[in-house]
Design a protein around this ligand. Structure first.
Ligand SMILES: [Zn+2]
Length: 281
């Protein structure tokens, strides 16, 4: 012990006698060596974990069965999740929605919704309906279906009715203002803009624009970007004539499915090697 102390003191004394430049160089090289040693140690450790797995990480290994240490290392990278599009045909059962003569909103909504879903399914999208039959589904129930699934997008399909103004017609898309608007992130308003543009482009109906509706349950309580597409006015005779035409309803469905795909593209959704559409959370 004494010898070591003596040696250190001697080394320190002679270090003190060295010119300033040399002393500086010695300090710099010392830290550089320290840095290189720590980096190579870390790399060595990482390689070991990759090969043998780190027992400290095994607890987190239930996610997808791949190498546990790699999951831990990539913890900061967002995990991909499956794209799920909820289609919500408005009304149903004893709730007819708007009616005029034998034209009934709930049936039009379901028809357009199913056509939309079919087009999306053909593209490999996982579609979930809030109803597939003529049954009553509560508004909160519709919201819960989407929220429990952690759905990617929520598209509600309706047709409108203007009391005391049979001349009023056209298409509008309703949205709830997003709580936070982030640039590059999809939200209800952006989705509404896409849906409205696609509907007007395909249907050539009167463009009533996107409308801010903060109090509608399915828009307010859903956790994902959500819209209500009001395809046309049942109270208007020329819109009614369009709605009874199957081609018009198919065109509406095409517009909605194209809007969904545009929104998903904006959200950087991609098909994985198994043909499943995935999105970064
Ligand atoms: Zn409705």
């Amino acid at each position: 012990m004494d010898i070591i102390l003596k040696f250190l003191k001697k080394a320190y004394d002679s270090y003190g006698k060295l010119p300033m430049r040399i002393r500086f160089l010695i300090v710099v090289s010392f830290f550089m060596i320290l840095f290189l040693v720590s980096v190579s140690l870390k790399q060595y450790q990482y390689k070991e974990e990759k090969i043998y797995g780190n027992p400290n990480h095994v607890q987190n290994n239930s996610k997808n069965g791949s190498n546990p240490s790699v999951i831990e290392e990539e913890n900061t990278i967002p995990e991909p999740k499956e794209v799920k599009v909820v289609i919500d045909p408005g009304h149903g059962g004893e709730d007819l929605g708007a009616t005029k003569g034998d034209l009934c909103e709930k049936r039009l909504n379901l028809d357009i919704s199913k056509r939309t879903g079919k087009l999306l399914e053909n593209l490999g999208i996982n579609v979930i309906y809030t109803r597939e039959k003529d049954v009553a589904v509560g508004l909160d129930e519709r919201v819960n279906i989407a929220n429990n699934l952690d759905a990617t997008l929520f598209i509600s399909v309706h047709n409108n009715y203007m009391p005391n103004d049979a001349g009023y017609k056209g298409t509008e898309t309703l949205y709830c203002p997003p709580v936070t608007t982030e640039e590059n992130k999809m939200d209800g308003m952006k989705l509404a803009t896409i849906v409205q543009r696609k509907l007007i482009g395909n249907l050539k109906t009167v463009d009533n624009g996107i409308i801010y509706r903060p109090n509608l349950v399915v828009l307010r309580k859903t956790n994902m970007p959500a819209v209500i597409a009001e395809i046309a006015y049942i109270s208007n005779s020329s819109d009614r004539a369009k709605l009874v035409d199957e081609d018009f309803r198919e065109n509406a469905a095409e517009a909605l499915s194209e809007a969904v795909m545009e929104a998903l593209e904006y959200m950087k959704a991609e098909k994985n090697e198994n043909g499943v559409w995935m999105i970064m959370d």
